[in-house]
Design a binder for this molecule. Structure first.
Ligand SMILES: C[S@@+](CC[C@H](N)C(=O)[O-])C[C@H]1O[C@@H](n2cnc3c(N)ncnc32)[C@H](O)[C@@H]1O
Length: 235
């Protein structure tokens, strides 16, 4: 075994991830979708920044969803908004398989999926100032205090999002965990990169500018409230 990485080295930082890879049950149809549809909708990241105009074959506004889960929300948005290109990032393979099936059924052509850690993609693969909107819907809440460091919303994450957003870009977040909502308010209050332009606390009684999500429905069934924010990039 080699020496322990230094406290602030990139190697050590990458050990605190916002997810744990679960050996999820992949259904046969999800596995088939990964085999057959990944070449259509999948984006295998090349070293360096990706040429997104080339990936989508056009220049259009781009929305990035981080942690799309089963992808139903992402596919619905892509399907309803064909003038915009949609990129989704998710590490949970059965979710990626589910999303591929939904994408084929919807017949969308403006959607590409990345099956890697969003932090690594934002760090060096998504071009700077290339995204008009980032959606982060119901990120893993990591409720135990000793796990709070795994929450994806951290100062460094805000910097990465701001770097990838266009100057007028926005970051949209939703959660159903009161303690995560407090955490999100606190992290953004300290950030010079974003300003909060909308904050709503509600019981799922929309209209919102997003469809409902699987984890939102789960939270509402448990009697949780929902928090939705829109933060605009400032610098
Ligand atoms: C609680 S689920 C929410 C899923 C979906 N957005 C919804 O609302 O139904 C959070 C998702 O984020 C994914 N995730 C967490 N950290 C991630 C990361 N660093 N990169 C990509 N996906 C991540 C997890 O695999 C999980 O599917």
């Amino acid at each position: 075994m080699g020496p322990e990485p230094e406290k602030d080295s990139p190697v050590r930082r990458r050990q605190v991830r916002s997810f744990v890879r679960r050996a999820g049950r992949m259904t046969p149809s999800q596995q088939r979708a990964l085999d057959e549809l990944w070449p259509v909708f999948g984006l295998d990241l090349e070293p360096g920044e990706q040429d997104l105009d080339n990936v989508f074959g056009r220049q259009a506004p781009r929305v990035l969803e981080i942690g799309f889960g089963n992808g139903d929300t992402l596919v619905q948005q892509a399907s309803e908004d064909p003038e915009t290109d949609y990129l989704g990032i998710e590490v949970h393979e059965p979710g990626v398989g589910h999303c591929l099936i939904a994408a084929r059924e919807a017949g969308v052509t403006n959607l590409r999926l990345i099956a890697e850690d969003a932090i690594e993609a934002l760090e060096s693969r998504i071009p700077r100032h290339s995204i008009s909107r980032i959606n982060l819907y119901f990120p893993d809440p990591w409720p135990k205090k000793r796990h709070h460091k795994r929450r994806i919303v951290q100062p460094a994450f805000l910097d990465l999002c701001a770097d990838c957003l266009e100057p007028q870009g926005s970051l949209h977040i939703a959660t159903d965990w009161a303690n995560y909502a407090e955490h999100i308010d606190a992290v953004f209050a300290e950030s010079p990169r974003f300003t909060c332009v909308e904050r709503r606390e509600h019981d799922g009684d929309r209209p919102l500018d997003r469809p409902g999500t699987k984890f939102e429905r789960r939270g509402l069934k448990l009697g949780h409230r929902i928090w939705d924010w829109r933060f605009d990039r400032v610098c």
